[in-house]
Design a protein around this ligand. Structure first.
Ligand code: HEM
Ligand SMILES: *[C@@H]1O[C@H](CO)[C@@H](O)[C@H](O)[C@H]1NC(C)=O
Ligand SMILES: *[C@@H]1O[C@H](CO)[C@@H](O)[C@H](O)[C@H]1NC(C)=O
Ligand SMILES: *[C@@H]1O[C@H](CO)[C@@H](O)[C@H](O)[C@H]1NC(C)=O
Length: 505
């Protein structure tokens, strides 16, 4: 049983543990808990981690570079081989505290934050999102709709006859604008410079992290000064300050001096209000600019990919269009013709379609990345050594036929039918639900806090598109556009177009 291997994530040596635990009632290779032990000691490049005392997958591939290559091009195969453990361990892992099993620690490894300056801030989640954005969603629906009408009109536009729109930039621009409207308001959401940096920062962060992790640990401080990518990150933060600080100052000034000033309803304003007197200090002005950039980095990329997958699925499965339109018309009628949060909550079929699309095309084959800061002992005595990075097998759970019957079939109303079964089920299978059976938003304390916003945002966009346009694949006979993969990422085909034609209203 015992054999060892090391592969890497982003140039960091990673050991994939195999058969750590018993298989519970799930089929082999599906109910798995994937444990990646990451260690920086260079001997791990060639050997397994001695303290881990567990077997690994992939050694049969031979050299380290072959194992790396396999991970980059076909992580799915390695993951399927990977470790086996019951889903009960997910819950157990959730019980560890942040100083034992750390979300920040894993992000810090992923983005080499020490060198790239990627911000990991509790303010983002606790203040901006949990306390203000999510509870504020009811007020934001109208704003979302307004910006969606504007940007969809701009990106897809008028088309009396069928026209092909390459989705590449369109989804990105739609998401960047709608997100910015809710986060930084009218002041910046149509500013091309802000839109550009809020979209590019994510890619830049990956490139910068990669450029650093290429070097051995002891050379990284020097590399960080010499490589152009980290410098670019710094320049972007400077640009964010140049754009955001004047807007903050303008708002603070109006709040003090203009008795008729109507405060915008967006994250930037809520943060200002929370800060009170401190808001105008240089330190806070700079921090707020950086925070907005970090927020955009977390919010735009993942929603962009999700929207793109959903557009492809909508185009590929035209049989869903009419039921979804009908559902929207009914919901809108029930709220007096005005689109509100209540209307969105009534779109159960759309919610189901979106969740099925995500099950089929998850953001990653693994997620819920955490780093152990102590040796952790699981209930059956297994030790996960300090410094390990752990991820949950979201992709394998999505494909598990014991959880999702006919898991390999796309059934857009799968979750709708589940929710209709009983009152209890009504709340269990929403798109926003994160559970052991649905790990695509992550799991536990750090499950994506932005998902309530993202789901409403996408619902407004898709509803607008469905009401305004017919849509189709360029070549329906060829079927839904294939995804590609890089490491554990599932990537929609960036070059593909969707056909649109305006509907008679
Ligand atoms: C469809 C779009 C999105 C997807 C698929 C997604 C997915 C995820 C995932 C998988 C995680 C990690 C969870 C874990 O490790 O357990 C996460 C974390 C996070 N997401 Fe999202 N996300 C999306 C949209 C957003 C949006 C719109 C925002 C901001 C409003 C956001 C803000 C965050 C933040 C701040 C975290 C870190 C949470 C923490 O510190 O505990 N995300 N997201
Ligand atoms: C959005 O998705 C498109 C298509 O896959 C891609 O070309 C673009 O780089 C993405 N942008 C971001 C910020 O993720
Ligand atoms: C964990 O439990 C399984 C089955 O109960 C067992 O095979 C495995 O050896 C256990 N691991 C440890 C470290 O005890
Ligand atoms: C990616 O897209 C294809 C469509 O060609 C689909 O069959 C597959 O399930 C998708 N998801 C993943 C994780 O590859």
């Amino acid at each position: 049983m015992a054999f060892n291997a090391t592969v890497t994530i982003n140039e960091v040596p990673v050991t994939i543990f195999r058969k750590l635990y018993e298989i519970e009632s799930r089929p082999l290779g599906v109910a798995i808990l994937v444990l990646f032990a990451v260690t920086y000691a260079s001997f791990v490049l060639t050997k397994s981690s001695p303290e881990a005392k567990v077997p690994f997958v992939g050694l049969e591939l031979g050299s380290l570079s072959k194992r790396k290559k396999k991970y980059v091009t076909d992580a799915n195969a390695l993951l399927k081989e990977g470790i086996v453990a019951g889903q009960r361990f997910y819950t157990e892992l959730c019980d560890f505290k942040d100083d034992e099993l750390s979300f920040k620690g894993s992000i810090s490894d992923l983005f080499a934050t020490h060198y790239t300056g990627v911000l990991i801030s509790d303010d983002l989640k606790e203040l901006a999102i949990n306390r203000d954005l999510t509870p504020g969603m009811a007020r934001l629906t109208e704003t979302l709709e307004d910006e969606v009408n504007y940007i969809v009109g701009k990106e897809i536009g008028s088309c009396k006859e069928w026209k092909a729109v390459i989705m590449n930039k369109a989804t990105q621009n739609i998401i960047a604008s709608v997100t910015a409207r809710s986060f930084v308001g009218m002041d910046l959401c149509r500013d091309p410079d802000w839109l550009r940096i809020s979209v590019d920062y994510w890619m830049d962060a990956f490139a910068a992290a990669k450029s650093i992790k290429f070097w051995p640990v002891f050379l990284r401080p020097i590399a960080a000064r010499l490589m152009p990518q980290p410098a670019r990150m710094h320049a972007t933060r400077q640009e964010a300050q140049r754009l955001v600080v004047p807007v903050l100052k303008k708002r603070l000034d109006a709040m003090q001096n203009d008795p008729d000033y109507q405060k915008p309803d967006d994250i930037m304003q809520w943060m200002i209000d929370r800060l009170g007197d401190k808001a105008g200090t240089d330190e806070e002005l700079h921090h707020q600019a950086h925070l907005q950039l970090a927020l955009a980095m977390g919010a735009i990329h993942s929603t962009n990919f999700t929207l793109l997958h959903e557009m492809f699925d909508l185009a590929a499965y035209p049989e869903y269009h009419e039921p979804l339109r009908e559902e929207y018309r009914e919901a809108l009628k029930s709220t007096g013709g005005i689109l509100t949060k209540v209307t969105l909550n009534k779109l159960l079929m759309l919610d189901s379609f979106m969740k099925e699309s995500q099950r089929y095309n998850p953001p990653g084959l693994t997620n819920g990345r955490r780093k152990t800061l102590k040796d952790l002992v699981l209930s059956n005595g297994t030790v996960i050594p300090t410094g390990s990075n752990i991820e949950l097998p979201a992709g394998a759970v999505n494909a598990d036929p014991s959880i999702y019957p006919h898991a390999d079939e796309f059934d857009g109303f799968r979750f709708y039918k589940l929710r209709k079964r009983s009152e209890d089920d009504m709340n269990k299978h929403q798109f926003v639900t994160s559970s052991r059976d649905s790990l695509n938003w992550g799991y536990g304390r750090h499950a994506c806090p932005g998902r309530f916003f993202a789901v409403d945002e996408i619902k407004v966009i898709l509803s607008k598109i469905l009401q305004s346009y017919d849509l189709a694949l360029v070549d329906p006979a060829a079927g839904r556009y294939k995804n590609s993969s890089f490491e554990t990422m599932v990537i929609p085909d960036m070059e593909k177009a969707v056909m649109f034609r305006e509907r008679a209203v």
